[in-house]
Design a protein around this ligand. Structure first.
Ligand code: MUC
Ligand code: MG
Length: 367
């Protein structure tokens, strides 16, 4: 069970349909495949999606920090020494996606070694999650058409709508069109990626009061400290902290300050080890949780569903598990499939996924 090598492999797969939101846009999945090898010949995998506009990481930076700092810190540890590993990685600030990918690849390797699914190792609550699809910026008719296609082809009935444009009517018109076009049975919530001010957010939420929204997420920056508290105090839906509350300490600060009332857990930035801590904290505080998406490919989505299915709290709400549907291809031998609005965990040991060598050869950028 001893870790002998950590690989960080850059790859790039274009999106068929780019995702646009208030803090950025993604046209190509320029991710990093992380492979953790052990002396038993086991290989655990995960992917790190760089999101410079949110966490400051780049693909080259993720590879550099893994090769120069993190790999030497974890090689020689066993798969069971995860707390030692977490404490060594935490000596370096930031770099959440790089740390998370190593952590998840280690859990995958542990599951493969023990012949147990990661979901069983973590909590084993269920084997599936309902799926929420994220709708990026577009014209109202195009966003309604995409939601209808997702419902018709995949049975998805929960949608997160990206907002945060100016004037706010650009986005409130989209949400209204979605409610009118999709009917009352679909679940709708909005994510501003910090695009609006607190007062613009309040105005927009007032304009959408009759639309039956489930949540509002990061409508304005958490650094607008008093403005955000003022906003959250007047909303009648839970306000999700996403990029403002990554670590348990961030969550504690944001929640106790009244700057958020629910949280998003993203395995792409907290791996499994730190996502567990955030989950336990949320449970203790009595918070709603949504399993979020960092614009993950299929490997990342397999990680999100493996974690989300592990606990009652994380599998209660639909998880954001469908962005990979917009990618032109992926690396797995067997693609993930969403049916009847649900994504199942993979049956095999660990994460239950295998990398297709031909696809990796085609998309890797280091050869
Ligand atoms: C989200 O929930 O904000 C956009 C940027 C990012 O890091 O994740 C996405 C989705
Ligand atoms: Mg968000």
């Amino acid at each position: 069970m001893k870790i002998t090598r950590v690989e960080a492999i850059p790859f790039a797969i274009p999106y068929r349909k780019p995702l646009k939101f208030a803090s950025g846009e993604v046209h190509v999945a320029e991710h990093v495949l992380v492979r953790v090898h052990t002396d038993d010949g086991v290989v655990g995998v995960a992917e790190a999606p760089p999101r410079p506009f949110t966490y400051g990481e780049t693909q080259a930076g993720i590879i550099a920090v893994i090769e120069k700092i993190f790999a030497p810190q974890v090689v020689g540890l066993t798969l069971l020494e995860r707390e030692t590993m977490a404490s060594r990685l935490s000596r370096t600030v930031g770099n959440p996606a790089a740390k998370a990918a190593i952590d998840m690849a280690v859990w995958d390797a542990l599951g493969r070694t023990l012949d147990v699914q990661v979901t069983e190792l973590l909590g084993g609550y269920t084997d599936r999650m309902r799926v929420s699809h994220m709708l990026g910026f577009d014209e109202p008719a195009a966003m309604v058409a995409e939601a209808q296609r997702m419902r018709d082809e995949h049975g998805i009935t929960t949608f997160k709508v990206k907002v945060g444009r100016r004037p706010v009517a650009l986005d409130t018109a989209v949400v209204r069109a979605l409610r009118e076009g999709m009917g009352d049975d679909v679940e709708l919530y909005v994510d501003g990626n910090r695009g609006w001010t607190a007062s613009e957010s309040a105005m927009a939420m007032k304009e959408m009061t009759d639309l039956g929204l489930l949540f509002a997420e990061e409508l304005c920056p958490a650094d607008d400290v008093l403005g955000r508290r003022w906003l959250v105090s007047q909303l009648d839906v839970p306000f999700i902290a996403d990029e403002s509350a990554v670590t348990p300490a961030d969550v504690t600060r944001e929640i106790l300050a009244g700057s958020a009332t629910a949280i998003s857990i993203k395995t792409a930035r907290t791996g499994f080890t730190h996502s567990q801590r955030v989950h336990h904290l949320a449970e203790g505080l009595g918070l709603e949780v949504v399993m979020g998406n960092q614009i993950d490919g299929q490997i990342g989505s397999a990680c999100t569903v493996a974690f989300g299915a592990s606990y009652a709290l994380t599998s209660r709400r639909a998880g954001e598990l469908s962005n990979f549907l917009d990618m032109s291809d992926d690396l797995l031998t067997e693609p993930l499939e969403i049916h009847d609005g649900e994504l199942h965990i993979r049956p095999g040991a660990g994460l239950g996924i295998e990398i297709d060598p031909a696809k990796l050869d085609r998309y890797r950028q280091d050869r």
